[in-house]
Design a protein around this ligand. Sequence first.
Ligand SMILES: [Zn+2]
Length: 447
Amino acid sequence: MNRFLPYLAFLLLATALTGVKPSGLTSSEATAAVSRFQEYLRIDTAQPSPDYVKAAAFITSQAEYIGLESQTLELVAGKPLVLVKWPGKNSALPSLLLNSHTDVVPSEPDKWDHHPFSASLDSSGRIYARGSQDMKCVGMQYLEAIHLLKKAGFTPDRDIYLTFVPDEEIGGNAGVGAFVKSEIFKKLNIGLVLDEGLASPGDEYRLFYGERSPWWTVIRSKGEPGHGAKLYDGSAMENLLKSIEVIKRFRTAQFDLVKAGVKAEGDVVSINFVYLKAGTPTPTGFVMNLQPSEAEVGLDIRVPPSADPEALERRIAEEWAPSSRNLTYEFKQKVPIFDIYGKPAVTVADSSNPWWNLLEEAVKKAGGKLGKPEIFPASTDARYYRELGIPAFGFSPMANTPILLHDHNEFLSKDEYLKGIEIYESIIKELASHNGDTIDEETKAEL
Ligand SMILES: [Zn+2]
């Protein structure tokens, strides 16, 4: 009997019990991959003054190390975007774009157990850093996965592009927003985009096929000023408070649908009051015996692709800011929920989309499982692509991980990070080697 058989049997049993595929990375490769991830995390790319130059230089050096061509585009001054290319055998096939943003949100270091740019690895294997989940992990995983595929002698059929983009955390106008308008972008012939998702506390990965559109709205109210002691109708504050009551009722009704499990968070209209402004200021506070003639409220409204935007705007105009009560409204930002073809900006996430089938199969092959496709509750760069009618999925392979993006003590476990590399290895292999002929023009238009 072969003396390795008992060991092999044990390994198979252990695999069957845990459901985890043994790592495809050798331990030295894993150690090196983790330290490269830490190196990227240590570059302070926090808004509002990210070190983009350092980040771009790092990505360029990583691309060079694994033998990929890259170029740094400065479509907006001071906002470098690194475009990396892995050429395929047939450039006529639609290409695959793997997008990640290099900036991160600010943090309050004194509220963290480890400094947010230390990328400390603790004894339980957690890597603490701003950007460890959102989304430097994904950017590095793309590169590491390609590194493994190249080492194994794999060549993609289609071209694969990677973009490391600035400014996602402040709206992306100078990042992907500028990129999709560039001549370079138009020549890439992109068939599918992968971008960020969210961590999942359970063992299924989350996948996003659309997102809610931000409608940042300001409602302003006017009314007669008057003595603070006088009771009268139609003051600016009273007019505004009546609206706030109506908006609150709508908010409660939407939230109740989520609480009752009838709808997912990404499928309702969310509204949050983000500021209130009124009063007549004094050097130490506000005048207390005067009812002001103006007041305003700021609302962060998020509209799902399934909503009727015209009906919602009518509601705002007629119920929340009626001119009959001296109210007006203004959108500070209003991202359309339809793409340029007039359809809801979502990517088909079922078996009628060949890309979807390949993606689902790839995750399964790597030992992972996808949860039910969702609408991303906030905004990502994927919206710029979906708006152009280009299919895009949001996916960050982080299972068994608390959602800590934008939170204190953001971390990702080393093992989950490494497993994500294998997941992407499988995804890139599957999506890259697909014969593009099966996605004909008609299907493409449907997606
Ligand atoms: Zn992000």
